[in-house]
Ligand binder design. Structure first.
Ligand code: CA
Length: 508
């Protein structure tokens, strides 16, 4: 039986047992039939920085290999997180439960590794499991046969890594180092007849945006398209939006975020709110990559100082420096996806491996004048989610059903033929991947953000989003926002308080 037919037969079998709500333990023979799972996960990669999702930045072709994955698989157009921040998103993915149940509400919490997670369950079902790269949950990974992780946020250059055997440092750019670790582990699995699940988790394109040396000149000679809301004055927003520390103009720091030293070469005194990790990391970069860094940015920084920009011109300059460095980091991730997919192809594993590209939340790329994430607004709540599963569904399709990071754990368990615990709050995406949206698929999703006070000072809020509308409550401010996403996709016209929408707000 060909790989294609085996996978299709497996899907049919999986779907039939799933519909009976009883999934037996897989037989040893079935273990070889079940697909491998390659989960490539980045940090802060917004959908509007992926060519396949479209938008103004798609014109510069930022992600050719991720786009190719989408053309061979399925792209989810309405993919959302439950809590738009790094650690919490990861905890939701592992547990299939909202933050208030898995206990990891905000960065700085410690993940309770004793609770059930999908990697533990896959292992119990006969899978070999591994995690390489960013972990960011504060505790030691559990449920993995192999793990090799960045401590904390990790460093872009010559990263330190934490393993069961102790720490070490590896020379190179973090995205390449993590990809190398993933490929080395995959090579080891060729001798095994067990299915595997690998989480390859990148630091990029998280701040402080430090591209690999080979990408420093990308986009150097063009002006990126500017988002139409770059100078949004937030006039009609709830007060929390005014108070947040996310604007490029007032809060994006030239030295620590954009690597522009003062003209005299001094090091600005950083307050506690500034992320100095990039500056400290750069001080450790030597030889060829450092020479290339200085050659790339030195003349550009001199030109910046000579121009003495102010006001909107300064914001436009910051936008270009910021988003170019962000997209240079994205290019490294894109190349990683290419290397991993090529390895599957070269080793005849493509047909029986489900490949997922995803990131922990969205990000503001100058949209509404901002950077960072956290909000329930669309740019930060959207997660890229692209799946290639050869032989299942039609290549190059899009799904517009509302999905969440809650759904990944039940999906991976169904792929493995393992039962999904009743207390997981997500729902398997396997039917969607095979081209069928169940009639009772969710018609609304819940969101909650907890991290205040905290970095960027985004007020606590929760809310609901339906296919068309979004209602948000800043509960500590007792302020509400209501948007019609169909007529107002950029969420610029709050409808709360308008008599004609009182019934709508109440029903939401
Ligand atoms: Ca993140």
């Amino acid at each position: 039986m060909s790989q294609h037919h085996r996978t299709s037969a497996l899907l049919a079998a999986v779907l039939s047992v799933a519909s009976a709500d009883v999934i037996a333990s897989p037989s040893p023979n079935a273990a070889q039939e079940r697909p491998n799972v390659l989960f490539v996960f980045s940090d802060d990669h917004a959908t509007h920085a992926i060519g396949a999702y479209g938008g103004p930045l798609a014109a510069i072709d930022p992600t050719p290999r991720i786009d190719q994955l989408a053309s061979e698989g399925m792209l989810f157009r309405r993919s959302f997180c439950t809590n738009s921040i790094c650690g919490p998103s990861r905890a939701v993915i592992l547990t299939g439960k909202h933050s208030h149940l898995n206990g990891f509400r905000r960065n700085g919490n410690k993940f309770d590794g004793s609770q059930p997670t999908f990697p533990k369950m896959l292992r119990g079902a006969g899978y070999t499991t591994a995690l390489v790269g960013k972990w960011h949950l504060g505790t030691t990974p559990e449920g993995f046969d192999h793990w090799d992780v960045l401590p904390g946020q990790g460093a872009y250059y010559n990263p330190r890594l934490r393993t069961a055997d102790g720490p070490r440092e590896v020379e190179g750019h973090c995205t390449d180092v993590v990809t190398d670790l993933a490929l080395a582990w995959l090579e080891e699995q060729k001798e095994s007849d067990r299915p595997w699940m690998l989480m390859c988790q990148h630091k990029a394109p998280h701040r402080t945006w430090m591209p690999a040396a080979r990408h420093l000149d990308l986009y150097a000679d063009i002006d990126l398209p500017v988002p139409p809301t770059l100078f949004d004055d937030h006039a009609d927003d709830a007060s929390g939006a005014h108070a947040s520390q996310m604007p490029l103009d007032r809060h994006m720091e030239l030295f620590y975020a954009l690597f522009v030293p003062p003209p005299d070469g001094s090091v600005p005194k950083g307050g506690s709110a500034l992320d100095a990790s990039g500056y400290r990391n750069l001080a450790r970069v030597t030889d060829e990559p450092r020479a290339k860094w200085d050659a790339a940015f030195g003349p550009r920084n001199e030109a910046f100082h000579a121009a003495k920009l102010e006001g909107e011109d300064l914001v436009r300059w910051k936008y270009q420096r910021y988003v170019k460095n962000y997209l240079r980091c994205v290019r490294g991730v894109d190349e990683s996806v290419g290397r991993l997919v090529d390895w599957l192809d070269e080793n005849d594993l493509a047909d029986n491996t489900v490949v997922i590209y995803c990131s922990d939340q969205g990000f503001y790329l100058g949209d509404h004048g901002w950077y960072d994430k956290r909000w329930m607004y669309e740019e930060s709540r959207q997660m890229p989610f692209i799946v290639r599963w050869p032989g299942v569904g039609s290549p190059g399709t899009e799904c517009s059903a509302m999905i969440q990071n809650l759904d990944y754990a039940p999906t991976f368990l169904e792929l493995a033929g393992a039962p999904t615990p009743d207390d997981m709050q997500g729902r398997s995406l396997v039917p969607l991947l095979s081209g069928t949206t169940p009639k009772d698929w969710r018609d609304a999703i819940y969101y909650r953000y907890f991290e205040f006070p905290g970095p960027h000072q985004v007020a606590k809020h929760y809310g609901i989003r339906t296919d068309r509308y979004k209602l948000m409550h800043f509960h500590e401010l007792d302020e509400w926002e209501l948007y019609d996403l169909e007529t107002d996709p950029d969420e610029l016209v709050p409808l709360i308080g308008r008599p004609e929408h009182a019934g709508l707000a109440a029903s939401l």
